[in-house]
Design a protein around this ligand. Sequence first.
Ligand code: ATP
Length: 360
Amino acid sequence: MASIALSHLRKTFGKVIAVNDVSLTIADGEFVALLGPSGCGKTTTLRMISGLEMPDSGSIYINGKDVTNLPARLRDVAMVFQDYALYPHMTILENIGYPLKVRGVSKNALTAQVQAVAANLQIDELLMRRPGQLSGGQQQRVAVARAVVHRAQVFLFDEPLSNLDAKLRLEARAFLKHLQREVGITAVYVTHDQAEAMALADKIVVMKEGGIVQVGTPLEIYRYPANTFVASFIGSPPMNLLSCQLDGSQLQVLAGDDTQSIGIERMALPSRLTAGSQFTLGIRPEHIRLKTTPTANSIRGHLYVTQTLGSESLVIVRVGDLLITIRLFQDEAPPLPDVVYLCFETDHLFFYGQDGQVLQ
Ligand code: ATP
């Protein structure tokens, strides 16, 4: 296994700055997710680590060795990309076993290793077929299996589970996580699915417009989003973000024609908030309590819709021009009147300045 260090990586395609000044360290045995919306530079970063793309500037180190100018085949990385790159003329057994064959592993040992990994990924029934006879999701698992038997020092995954149905996706995630625990692989995993990143990664790197906006463990990122971009990207449903203004001893929720005030006695306000300041208040759906009668410091809203999710339910309430989501840890929302009241748990509030960055 290996550590990875990226230092001031930059890559442009014509006028497009795909990756801009990315520096990151990945410890030996760490599973890191690059997370962000489409086009933020995740794949380009991964391709530079693999050697398939050369940076305009900056350096890449694997185990302390500068590999920036080393060709991909000399970097000992196993890659699973969105296009699975399977050999069409080989059987699935031969495809998965190829890295072992190159290494001169005996046929019996190769078959045993391939069968064990294939069983974990539920493709052991398909070993005698060829890639053209498999569905997209099955091909994807073959590509993952080939990377796993490769046992390279670094694993690079680019949305490797995107073609799987929900159930298989959960199983494949569990297998990858288990593999990491067993073998301690160093992995960089590209995804735009925050739930996938949360479930798999030791460390999440949130990217936006070619740069890194926050790095942390899944819980750090969830509990302390550094800016409104991360706050609105992590969590499903995401954090509610409300435009507010400080007005004397009141916090005004600016909701178009229905601006409402909340008393701030028990709120720990950031010191940078002064009278008249405008800011964004963040509160996660699970930290709003729903009442049917007004209470001190509640705001009034109109029931918009309820959603039953099985183990929990969501209530969406309209306050002026805002829609606020509340998570209830019960399988079904109780019958609710048209007018409801929302109480924010004051120790779970986030304050963001007009630049979107968290206020201390
Ligand atoms: P996705 O989740 O959609 O795969 P991403 O975060 O992985 O997106 P990249 O594929 O790294 O994003 O692309 C970053 C930016 O660079 C995008 O604006 C993309 O259009 C551009 N880009 C990537 N590859 C090329 C290329 N070969 N030629 C020109 N532009 C490119």
